[in-house]
Design a protein. Structure first.
Length: 352
């Protein structure tokens, strides 16, 4: 969907008071990312969180209290420790799934079996085998899906998308530099078998923006090293080269051994086309041309807001990254992982 379409459809949410019944949502997973979704949904008249679930009941109860809010103006959702119990409810219109990478698969299949639309956090799986299994089930059942690549919906991404429409991109350089490897300590993101490392767990956002703004990636080659965080089995620096199907070349550099308090160098893209340089960060896009720099502007909408509207209207075109699309982003991360495991060999992404 083009940036103009996103801008035009922002008027949908101005008429929330005209809606008969809110979309009733069950939330599976009540950790960090889920809190952001909860806060967004709580502010929508068109949505109501009716049930929350986490294996850690204290997190589920905290989420339920968050829905109620400090002012006590929200209705407390029911709390579950078993997602199967939550899915037994007959009043759900949709499910939000926010679980660690290694937990994906069975949960999605259970939700699909119920025929419920669902939003699931990225990356969609730890392996392509699981991702393809879920993708096939989605297609067979025809359920509406949305994957948490929320950066696509923000104003900077929409402005960059509009600017690059029809342009011939020459070169793209992306980076995801963070200190989360220091901040996570011994948590599951630092375990390669559970998270897939930084390329899969974090830099997937930047790979996804490369796909969204430039097009599909044909091949990747990656080298990796452990320079600082020797106590974990994931590399702490990587350099990936990419060849896009359009012929453009790209690079991605990552580290999670940077300053844990500084996120300003995560999710950054420099895109060269014609004689111009487009710079994208999560909160803005700027264009440098003829020795001048100007901000690019466009409207943006929150991913939760958009998916609620898509469910309410049945308009799947509102969703900028459905499950099948997100599987193609996952393939880039997994191909890069396989490349550095094989001393940087060139890997054909289409084989995944």
């Amino acid at each position: 969907m083009e940036a103009d379409a996103v801008r035009d459809r922002t008027l949908f949410w101005c008429s929330a008071s005209d809606m008969a019944d809110p979309i009733r949502i069950g939330m599976i997973g009540c950790g960090g990312n889920a809190r952001g979704h909860m806060n967004a949904l709580r502010g929508l008249e068109a949505a109501r969180i009716v049930a929350v679930c986490d294996l850690k009941e204290d997190l589920a109860n905290q989420m339920a209290e968050g829905v109620v809010g400090e002012e006590g103006d929200g209705l407390r959702p029911d709390v579950y420790a078993d997602p199967r119990r939550l899915l037994e409810r007959d009043d759900l219109d949709a499910v939000w799934i926010s679980v660690p990478v290694f937990c994906h698969g069975e949960l999605e299949l259970d939700v699909i079996d119920r025929g419920l639309p669902f939003l699931v956090e990225k990356p969609v799986a730890r392996t392509m085998e699981i991702a393809r299994q879920v993708e096939s089930a989605v297609e067979a059942k025809g359920v509406m899906t949305c994957v948490g690549y929320q950066l696509r919906y923000m104003s900077g991404a929409q402005a960059a998308k509009a600017e690059l429409d029809g342009k011939r991109v020459n070169l793209a350089a992306g980076q995801y530099w963070s200190g989360s490897g220091r901040g996570y300590k011994n948590a599951w993101p630092l375990q390669m078998d559970k998270s897939g490392g930084q390329l899969c767990e974090q830099a997937t956002h930047t790979f996804d923006m490369m796909r969204y703004l430039i097009g599909e990636v044909a091949t990747v080659s990656c080298r990796a090293a452990s320079r600082v965080l020797h106590e974990i089995d994931c590399p702490d620096v990587t350099v990936t080269t990419l060849e896009f199907e359009c012929g453009a070349l790209g690079s991605m550099t990552t580290t999670w051994a940077f300053d844990p308090a500084d996120w300003s160098e995560a999710n950054v893209l420099h895109i060269l086309y014609d004689d111009k340089l487009l710079q994208w960060r999560t909160d803005k896009a700027t264009l440098r041309a003829c020795c001048e720099t100007k901000a690019l502007e466009a409207a943006g909408c929150g991913i939760d807001e958009v998916f609620v509207e898509a469910i309410r209207t049945g308009d799947r075109s509102l969703v900028l990254s459905d499950y099948g699309d997100a599987v193609r982003t996952l393939a880039i991360s997994l191909a890069a992982n396989d490349s550095f495991a094989d001393e940087g060999r060139v890997v054909d992404v289409s084989c995944y």
